[in-house]
Each structure stands twice: as C-alpha cells, then as structure tokens.
Design a binder for this molecule. Structure first.
Ligand code: UGY
Ligand code: MN
Length: 248
C-alpha cells in the first residue's frame, strides 16, 4: 500500500470526461528510458485527452532526464540540479524555471534529490514570428499583475506574450478567501499543480477540495472556478495553450 493510501480504496481523485483531479495518493511512478536514477509521474498526456504532457520527474542525487523533442518547460519543486545544453550547464533550484525550444537537447541532472515539473507541447509555428528562444528565470523575481483588477489574486506570467510562444505558464496566488471573479469557460485547456494552500475548485458541475500537491487537468470549455480557503493564501502553477487562433 502506498504512503497515505486509505485501506478502503477511498480517494479524492476523480476522473471525469472533462477533467482529472489527481491527488498525491494516486500518483504512480514509472520508469522511462530518458530518465536515469529516477522516475516520472505522468499527470496529463494524449492518453487522457490532453494536447500536451505534464509530468513530475523525481530524481535521486546524480539522476538525470534527457529530452530533445517538442518545447519543454521546467519548474523546480524541490531540491537542486543543473540544466545542461551544448552551450553549458546552469544551476536550477526551487522556484526557478526554464523553457527549451523544440529540438534542443537538454539534460536535467540532480545535484540533490529533486522534483521538477516538465511540461512538453508540440510546437505550433507562426509565420514570421521567429523561433522561440531559450529562457530561464526565477518565479519570485517576476513582477505580478492583478487579475482583471481583482483584489486578492496575483498572476505571474513565466513566458512572455510574444508571437513565437504558443503556450502560457503562470502562477496564480490567491489571498485567503479570494476567488476567481467569474466562472471561466474557454477554448484553452489547463494543467494545474497546487503549490501551496487549499481551496474549492468547481470543475464542470462538481465541486472539489483542492490541496497543495494536487494536480488538475481541465479540458477545453470545462467550466472552472476557484476560491482559496478563508484562513490561508493559496497558489498554483497553471498551463494553457495560448496565443494561437484555433484552426477553422
Ligand atoms: O488563465 C486562466 O485561464 C485562469 N484564470 N484559469 C484558472 O485559474 N482556472
Ligand atoms: Mn482558465
């Protein structure tokens, strides 16, 4: 029995047609040839209906992940490592992120046992936009914006809004009790990892608790709304396909 798994088979996880709520007690670690001394938890993939992949890679000290295909986005959750490219290695620690353009080989190596979000998406080029460049940053160093003048919600956009980028990864920080100003229904799909705090997530017609460590996938047009618990701020990391007109 996995740590935290109740004996009676109960879980807060839910798989519905329009969304997945995946709580840590249901995470399954698997080997992949791209990883040495570690494993991946694949949260969202085409097998689910998602048009992107969201995994958590867990590496022992000295373990590594090497990938080349598709755009990849890395966000360190725990521990420390280096992200290596033919141009050299650079250190990555908690709260730091990187974007690797499609086709560029990158190796993430753990200096200390580490956990890192890896998001991969098939790149959709845009004529004359140029090829996306490598990016690195620290989430806490980015300026935050208010969500449509909504007090209590701060958004940090980790990727720039430029025509060469075809997805967004943001953090959303909610003051205690703060809520999205509307139920959203939109053409973008989401992957989402609760980084801190907890609250209530409305997904379709269901209402769920969402707690730090939970992963959520929402398909396009899934009605969605979040409110942080009244006694504590909440924060999540969220992906969406963005900045491309859907094909007619
Ligand atoms: O960017 C978004 O669509 C975001 N406001 N959605 C969400 O938090 N569920
Ligand atoms: Mn949304």
């Amino acid at each position: 029995m996995g740590v935290g798994s109740p004996a009676n088979g109960e879980t807060r996880s839910r798989r519905q047609a329009a969304y997945l709520l995946q709580t840590p007690d249901t995470f399954v670690r698997t080997p992949v040839p791209e990883v040495t001394r570690g494993a991946v938890i694949v949260h969202a993939s085409p097998a689910l209906g998602a048009e992107f992949v969201w995994m958590t890679v867990e590496l022992e000290r000295g373990g590594s992940l090497t990938t080349r295909q598709h755009s990849r986005f890395f966000y360190v959750l725990e521990g420390e490592g280096t992200l290596g490219s033919p141009e050299g290695d650079s250190g990555m620690t908690v709260g730091e992120f990187a974007y690797a353009p499609p086709g560029a080989a990158r190796t993430l190596t753990a200096i200390d046992a580490m956990r890192c979000v890896v998001i991969a998406k098939q790149y959709e080029p845009w004529p004359d936009a140029g090829f996306p460049r490598e990016l690195r940053g620290r989430e806490s160093a980015l300026a935050s914006q208010r969500l449509e003048e909504c007090p209590g919600i701060e958004v940090r956009c980790l990727l720039p809004l430029e025509p060469c980028f075809d997805f967004a990864v943001n953090t959303m920080t909610y003051a205690a009790g703060a809520a999205l100003p509307q139920v959203e229904i939109h053409y973008m799909e989401h992957g989402l990892l609760m980084l801190a705090g907890s609250g209530t997530y409305r997904l379709g017609k269901d209402v769920h608790r969402a707690e730090a460590g939970d992963f959520i996938w929402m398909e396009a047009y899934c009605p969605q709304w979040f409110q942080a618990d009244a006694d504590e701020p909440a924060k999540y990391l969220i992906y969406k396909n963005f900045n491309r007109m859907p094909l007619l």
